[in-house]
Design a protein around this ligand. Structure first.
Ligand SMILES: Cc1cc2nc3c(=O)[nH]c(=O)nc-3n(C[C@H](O)[C@H](O)[C@H](O)COP(=O)(O)OP(=O)(O)OC[C@H]3O[C@@H](n4cnc5c(N)ncnc54)[C@H](O)[C@@H]3O)c2cc1C
Length: 463
């Protein structure tokens, strides 16, 4: 696709994904690059990962019937009212006392269909989309007792130390919902399981630059990410109407009304509108149960604060995760995506800040921009004396689909109702799935094929 859409307008480079915590930058993934962190943090992370896999070393092994030696659990993952053994606790849900009992080794649904390529060193850790969640597979050892929610999953798979120092604070920050309200099916192939050998190696010496094909990513040389979409233009047949918003959709009349009042009829409709917005646009035509299901879909919003500084090459990193107290959870370093992303002498970054009903933005507008600038200086990316040439905010009300426990049922109900109306859903917000852009491209292809298939099957009179 890159070849077809971009030709030679593409810039390939090795990704530089980093994490900032305890006042140091370490490479992503956190668990494989502990070198440089305070010794106590390293110890907690390694001990936690060992305990998550094998149980506490100083306690008798869990009994094979699944009952913990301390008698707390039958499933090997007891919920108690206590905190973790390291005393960090983890928010509103209860702590886990120790690792899990020997399970049957059955394949959990966490074993993913979407397998990431594994390099010859067996390194499965790859965050190709820069969303802080690596694409990898969950070995069977991790899938023994299926966790009931995302928070449990974190403790079970990564252990208490990684949970405390990265996974819990980062995920709380990005999702802006309590993690025990999320299920885990979305993790699919996005789970980096700590490899103990790699962890120890990464704690004893600085992790080298990632190498090999997995380490590379491509970005349009000129034109930003939009260049990929623009690449479709010469390939399209038919009428393309840009800068028009769909205001209402009438499934019964098969008519879409645009914001300028124009009506467009359709036989097959492919929607990329956020699913709750699509259903709202149907007004009373959507039955109550469908409207309720759509209204129950939860999401996290993102404010992107774009900053352009008057100094070149503020950093050589590409994206950085901030699990601690900065306003933003991640910086995407636009300036390094391609050399043409910056004006001469300047450099651009994007600070991503999630918000939602449980985590409102602390301020808006200029105040929000200033908070970001202050934090960017605090974490050492910019200097206080750097001139700010440009600053703006892009608000994305629907940014992350929240995989709460009710989502699968609600999405299935809506899809089932839309299907006989020949409305095809395509993409992250329309299908209400945790898609990255590669998945979104494939979703568009699938929806187009499905619509085309129905047109071909339709009786000639109505074609
Ligand atoms: C902060 C952030 C960072 C991300 N970073 C990455 C990353 O680094 N790598 C990666 O692969 N993915 C990333 N993603 C995910 C990626 O952006 C999405 O997966 C992708 O954009 C989804 O494509 P889509 O076509 O499904 O939806 P969209 O890109 O949202 O496209 C939907 C289209 O539908 C249009 N539309 C919606 N409503 C209407 C309406 N009423 N009328 C007319 N048109 C309408 C919109 O204008 C839009 O053009 C990121 C997402 C966010 C929020």
């Amino acid at each position: 696709m890159y070849g077809k859409l971009l030709g030679d307008n593409v810039h390939w480079q090795n990704r530089e994904a980093w994490i900032y915590s305890n006042n140091v930058y370490t490479r992503y993934p956190f668990q494989g690059s502990l070198y440089g962190l305070p010794p106590q943090v390293i110890k907690e992370c390694i001990m936690g990962a060992i305990e998550a896999r094998y149980g506490k070393p100083d306690q008798p092994k869990p009994a094979s019937n699944g009952v913990h030696a301390n008698g707390n659990s039958t499933n090997g993952h007891a919920k108690t009212n206590g905190a973790h053994s390291n005393g960090n606790g983890h928010g509103k849900s209860n702590g886990h006392t120790n690792g899990h009992a020997n399970g049957s080794g059955r394949i959990s649904r966490l074993t993913c269909e979407f397998k990431a390529p594994v390099n010859d060193k067996g390194d499965e850790l790859l965050d190709c989309c820069g969303d802080g969640i690596a694409e990898a597979t969950v070995p069977l050892a991790a899938a023994k007792d299926e966790p009931k929610n995302f928070e449990e999953f974190i403790y079970k798979v990564w252990g208490a130390g990684i949970a405390k120092h990265f996974a819990i604070p980062y995920n709380r920050k990005i999702w802006a919902v309590p993690l025990d309200e999320m299920e885990t099916s979305w993790l699919g192939g996005r789970v980096p399981l700590p490899d103990l050998g790699e962890m120890i190696e990464g704690a004893l010496s600085p992790k080298p630059k990632p190498m090999g094909p997995n380490a590379r990513f491509g970005y349009p040389l000129r034109g930003g990410f939009q260049a990929l979409m623009d690449g479709f233009l010469p390939l399209l047949n038919g009428t393309l109407r840009l800068n028009s918003r769909v205001k209402t959709v009438s499934p019964s009349r098969r008519i879409v009304t645009l914001d300028d009042g124009m009506e467009v009829s359709y036989q097959q409709l492919i929607s990329t509108m956020p699913l709750p917005v699509l259903i709202r646009s149907m007004g009373q035509e959507a039955p109550t149960a469908i409207k309720e299901a759509a209204a129950a879909l939860r999401y996290t919003s993102v404010c992107c604060v774009n900053l352009g500084f008057g100094r070149e090459k503020l950093t050589d990193k590409h994206w950085i995760y901030y699990p601690e107290d900065t306003l933003f959870h991640r910086i995407f370093v636009q300036g390094n995506a391609s050399p043409h992303c910056n004006p001469p002498g300047g450099f651009g970054i994007t600070c991503e800040i999630t918000y939602g009903p449980n985590k409102p933005l602390p301020c808006q507008g200029e105040a929000l921009i200033q908070r970001c600038i202050d934090d960017v200086v605090k974490v050492g990316i910019a200097r206080a004396e750097d001139p700010v040439w440009a600053a703006n905010i892009v608000d994305m009300p629907h940014a992350y689909v929240v995989y709460d426990h009710a989502r699968p049922k609600n999405v299935a109900l809506i899809r089932e109702w839309l299907d006989p109306h020949d409305i095809h859903l395509a993409g992250r917000y329309s299908e209400w799935e945790y898609y990255n852009s590669d998945h979104a491209f494939l979703a568009g292809k699938k929806a187009a094929e499905s619509a085309q298939g129905r047109l071909q099957d339709a009786p000639v009179a109505s074609a």
